[in-house]
Design a protein. Structure first.
Lengths: 172, 500, 335
């Protein structure tokens, strides 16, 4: 992940992505209903934000392009073996990110279905595993105990003592 | 005034009241320290409990919760880079780097002491100047708020770090995110695409929690497997002397602290803005005015001082309009107002004459509470630092759990939990692409304030924008905005010049 | 160290869990329980009642909900909890309750803004997604207040000032709010052109009037009481036909020659499909509360409002008429 999109093109990519976002946002402003209550409608500031963002993204694209050109002249072209090794390295380091993220999305998505305790337990267990540093042993049993007991305790504490609402599903 | 203090003292110096203050501060610190839980939540939960209590004692408990809640945020901000409450966001910027340098205990000590100072000074302002200040505060109408908001937005420049363009993009992105939902004036739908949930808009706590906590978790996950040896983050907790920093360092911060205190108090006094914005603004002003701005973010106590002094000062500030005029200065004081109303106390201009007991109980609770907070946190200092020794694979999932609880608790809607996830992704991407997060926060908090007041002002002025420049207070801030922009532009030109 | 920490945590959690299990056996409460069966109404209320408030804690809606919740708790004998679900002018809470299981464990406490939300287009439904149960407050304490330092004493003064400088007399209200509607109705009926400005919510409007940034404020008496008592505000009139017992010195709009009346119902609703027996049992319980002298005292002390019970059918009539009024002249609601 360190070399994502290369140092060379990273700034350029930022500009491009922001440009797309700004354009989409500006498109969205057209859907805003206009009203005359105030001389300046609800679509006014969003258009300003979108407009500025577009300008900034263009500046970013320019500076990113320049940076790319500059580093192109400085560093020699990569050999094809280097490029494929880079790609492999990218996926290796991207995997934990994608898994963690996927875990969280999954957990929140099923929360309404299985309830707060179970989905939190799943997410926490996954995190315990994913966050254990390489030199440390993964203590799965301990993780499981931890991931089940802490949400349960929190559930009882918040729901029955403090009366805070928690997402409750079929189970709990 | 002395008799009034005597009346207040009769209430506050009872054993029950002192116990309530201690409980309030301890519970408040817990709520403040755990990311996802906040001072607002603490008060919302304890409000019903105060029904059966004596009015004054109920208020004493709530104020103590407030103090503890705001002060507790620094603990997780410094130790884990996750702010415990929205008021401690800026504490992360320099607090965590200090921890990485092995100076976590010092950061904690600094945060605690200057939280105390912030509370103390703003309380003195509250006690002696509130009626006068409150009358000035209400003179701030739409034009003035717009000018203040505009000025605050220019702080994006100093928070941008190396690239002004990326900083401004980040800030604008924050403004843009805040526009999703219903517009504040006409309730017109913006970017909701027919979705019922998007109509709610993004709420502050889930946004901050996602931006910091979830992105931190994903960051860690990325590097965890590759970690071959333990980071030497473990702080030597047995050898912390006093508060962890020297008298010399303390005195070096006097102007920084004083200025941050004034900023925090002023922002607190203005209804509608509170500690959440105060700490970020105080941090960027501190950075601007410093002799070594480039050091901010690398781990210097100045950043922690600015943030923690101002957010605690905002407590005293927010109480000014509440006690003097019955107008809450922020969301937490709005809860206090609810508590007062529920007990049949009419908060308003007559409070100082008709409810002297309550007013002076609040004063004394602030004073006593801040001292007790100092003592309690001092005692807990070693314990807090021990948190660093808890393995991240247990600490972070637990933090995540509370973030979910806190996020869901804002409006009892899963949308806020999804917000946490979304902002986690955004925060992670910001990190990867070197996009600064502080401007985003500023844009998200202040952007809506600016827009709402611009439109409200135009309603008043019948569409004539020039009316905005007819008010003296507003003009002061407009001028400050102009100066701020000029300085930022000059700095940027200089940077571009030196790069060539 | 790590092992000890995790072990002790596990033990503590296990203990908590065992303790918790005992107390919550059989709490098949609101969320997620099976669909309502007709037999269930016999045992209503079961374990707890949740009242959802569409605004953040601190305002008058929240206050009434909490106050009545307190008395309902003793009346019904179950735990009553208040949940705040602010957002989108109250429509978030509305939708949430409308989609809840209609078993009588969850209800909404809202007011006439439920109707204006439909007119302004925030949502495309009103009370038809709910079973309105009963109203407990008919807030007819709307007054017009001005800054005591101003020269306005009667509605005639206000009209004169507004007509002298059209579009300059500053009337504070948020668009889509009830006082906005009242202001527009007055403008239409009496041929004046106010400048209706948004300065924020109840407390912000008080601040604005105090500072002289607006010329008048129309809101319930209780919201401005402390400033009236302190002499900072002057009351021009009440928006009603009869004088109010709690502040009998204030003239009515009718006495001053204007037919300009305001009243807002605060009512409780269940999700659509809730058993009618539950609805009527709740209505009875609410009626008892409105007659409870302690409850009355709480409301009067806090907001100078006396609870009024309005039964289910009368409430429905009110809602239907009010909505029809709003929908007839939508621009009076939306501006």
């Amino acid at each position: 992940m360190q070399k994502i999109f290369n140092e060379k093109t990273r700034e350029l990519w930022v500009g491009i992505v922001v440009f797309v976002i700004a354009a989409a946002y500006l498109f969205g402003t057209m859907l805003i209903k206009h009203s005359d209550i105030v001389s300046v409608g609800a679509e006014f500031m969003p258009k300003i934000y979108g407009g500025f963002m577009l300008v900034l993204s263009i500046l970013q694209i320019i500076s990113g392009y320049r940076k790319m050109k500059k580093s192109d002249t400085k560093t020699p072209e990569e050999k094809p073996e280097e490029k494929s090794a880079e790609k492999a390295g990218f996926w290796r380091s991207a995997r934990p990110i994608l898994i963690t993220f996927g875990l969280i999305i999954f957990g929140v998505a099923i929360m309404r279905l299985v309830g707060f305790v179970i989905s939190s337990a799943i997410m926490m267990f996954g995190m315990c595993v994913l966050l254990t540093p390489g030199y440390s042993k993964k203590r799965y049993v301990l993780f499981a105990l931890f991931s089940i007991l802490v949400p349960l305790a929190a559930y009882f504490l918040f729901k029955n003592v403090l009366y805070v609402s928690l997402p409750i599903g079929i189970f709990f | 005034m002395l008799e009034s203090f005597a009346i207040g003292a009769q209430i506050v110096f009872q054993p029950l009241s002192i116990i309530l203050i201690i409980i309030g501060i301890v519970v408040g610190i817990i709520f403040g320290a755990i990311p996802g839980l906040s001072a607002t939540m603490a008060l919302a939960l304890f409000l019903p409990i105060t029904y059966s209590m004596d009015t004054a004692q109920g208020i004493v408990l709530l104020v103590a919760l407030y103090i503890g809640g705001i002060s507790g945020g620094l603990i997780s901000a410094i130790l884990t880079r996750i702010p415990g409450t929205p008021s401690s966001v800026a504490t992360c910027f320099d607090g965590y780097p200090l921890t990485l340098k092995g100076e976590g205990a010092k950061a904690l000590g600094v945060g605690i002491v200057f939280s105390f100072i912030g509370t103390l000074i703003s309380t003195l302002v509250l006690i002696f100047l509130s009626p006068a200040l409150a009358r000035i505060a209400i003179k701030f109408g739409a034009y003035e708020y717009f000018a203040v908001a505009l000025f605050s937005l220019t702080m994006m420049a100093s928070l941008s770090g190396k690239s002004l363009v990326k900083g401004l993009m980040s800030g604008l992105f924050g403004c843009m995110l805040a526009t999703v939902g219903l517009d504040q004036i006409g309730s017109i739908q913006r970017f909701t695409f027919g979705s019922a949930t998007l109509k709610m808009g993004f709420s502050t706590l889930p946004v901050l929690v996602g931006l910091f906590a979830v992105s931190e978790i994903i960051n860690r996950a990325e590097s965890a497997a590759a970690e071959q040896k333990a980071e030497i983050l473990n702080v030597d907790i047995r050898h912390i002397k006093g508060f962890g920093f020297s008298m010399q360092e303390f005195w070096s911060q006097k102007w920084n602290a004083l200025r941050s205190c004034l900023i925090g108090t002023a922002i607190g006094i203005l209804p509608g803005i509170g500690g959440g914005a105060a700490n970020v603004i105080a941090y960027s002003v501190s950075k601007d005015q410093s002799k070594y701005p480039e050091k901010y973010g690398t781990g210097i106590i100045d950043g922690v001082v600015a943030s923690e002094t101002s957010n605690n000062a905002a407590i005293g500030g927010a109480l000014v309009p509440l006690l003097a005029l019955g107008i809450p200065g922020d969301t937490v004081t709005a809860m206090l107002l609810a508590g007062l109303t529920l007990h049949g106390v009419a908060a308003g201009p007559l409070m100082f004459t008709q409810n002297v007991d309550i007013v002076y109980s609040v004063f004394l609770t602030m004073l006593v509470g801040s001292v007790l907070m100092l003592i309690l946190e001092f005692g807990g200092l070693r314990g807090f630092a021990a948190i660093l020794n808890v393995p991240k694979q247990y600490l972070l999932p637990a933090v995540f759990l509370f973030c979910i609880i806190g996020a869901y608790g804002t409006r009892n809607n899963l949308f806020d939990v999804w917000t946490v996830v979304l902002l986690g992704a955004i925060g992670f991407l910001f990190n990867k692409f070197d996009i600064p997060a502080p401007p985003f926060i500023l844009g998200f908090l202040i952007g809506p304030l600016a827009e709402m007041n611009l439109r409200r002002g135009l309603m008043m002025a019948q569409g004539n924008f020039l009316e905005f420049f007819t008010q003296p207070i507003a003009n002061v801030f407009f001028v400050m905005t102009l100066i701020s922009v000029i300085i930022a532009v000059r700095k940027q030109i200089k940077t571009l010049w030196t790069e060539q | 160290m790590k092992k000890f920490l995790s072990m002790s945590m596990a033990i503590v959690m296990a203990a908590l869990m065992l303790a918790g299990c005992g107390s919550t056996a059989g709490s098949s409460s609101a969320e997620g329980s099976s669909a309502a069966a007709s037999g269930e109404s016999q045992s209503w209320p079961t374990s707890q009642l949740e009242i959802v408030v569409p605004y953040a804690a601190g305002g008058d809606t929240d206050f009434y909900a909490r106050t009545f919740g307190k008395y309902l708790q003793s009346e019904l004998g179950v735990n009553v909890i208040i949940t705040n679900e602010p957002g989108a002018n109250g429509s978030v809470a509305h939708e949430d309750v409308a989609n809840s299981t209609p078993d009588g464990s969850r209800c909404l406490f809202f007011h006439d803004s439920m109707l204006t939300n439909k007119v302004t287009g925030v949502v495309d439904f009103a009370y038809e997604t709910l079973e309105p149960c009963a109203a407990v407050v008919d807030d007819n304490t709307y007054i017009m207040a001005v800054n005591a330092k101003s020269d306005y004493y009667t509605l005639d003064d206000v009209v004169k000032a507004a007509q002298a400088k059209p579009g300059q007399f500053l009337y504070a209200s948020q668009v889509g709010g009830y006082s906005y509607y009242l202001g527009r109705v007055f403008e239409e009926d009496y041929g004046v052109d106010f400048n209706i400005v948004d300065v924020g919510g109840g407390t912000d409007r008080n601040a604005a009037l105090l500072a002289g940034k607006i010329d008048c404020n129309v809101n319930p008496y209780g919201v401005m009481k402390s400033y009236i008592d302190s002499g900072d505000f002057r009351v021009v009139c009440t928006l009603s036909e009869e004088r109010n017992d709690l502040f009998p010195d204030v003239e009515t709009s009718k006495e001053q020659g204007y037919e300009w009346y305001g009243s807002r119902y605060y009512f409780l609703s269940f999700p659509k499909g809730t058993d009618s027996q539950i609805v009527s049992m709740m209505a009875d319980a609410l009626k008892t509360c409105t007659e409870n002298p302690d409850c009355v005292k709480d409301c009067v002390d806090a907001y100078c409002v006396q609870p009024t019970f309005v039964g289910t059918s009368d409430l429905m009539t009110h809602l239907e008429t009010a909505l029809a009024d709003f929908e007839k002249n939508p621009e009076l609601v939306t501006g």
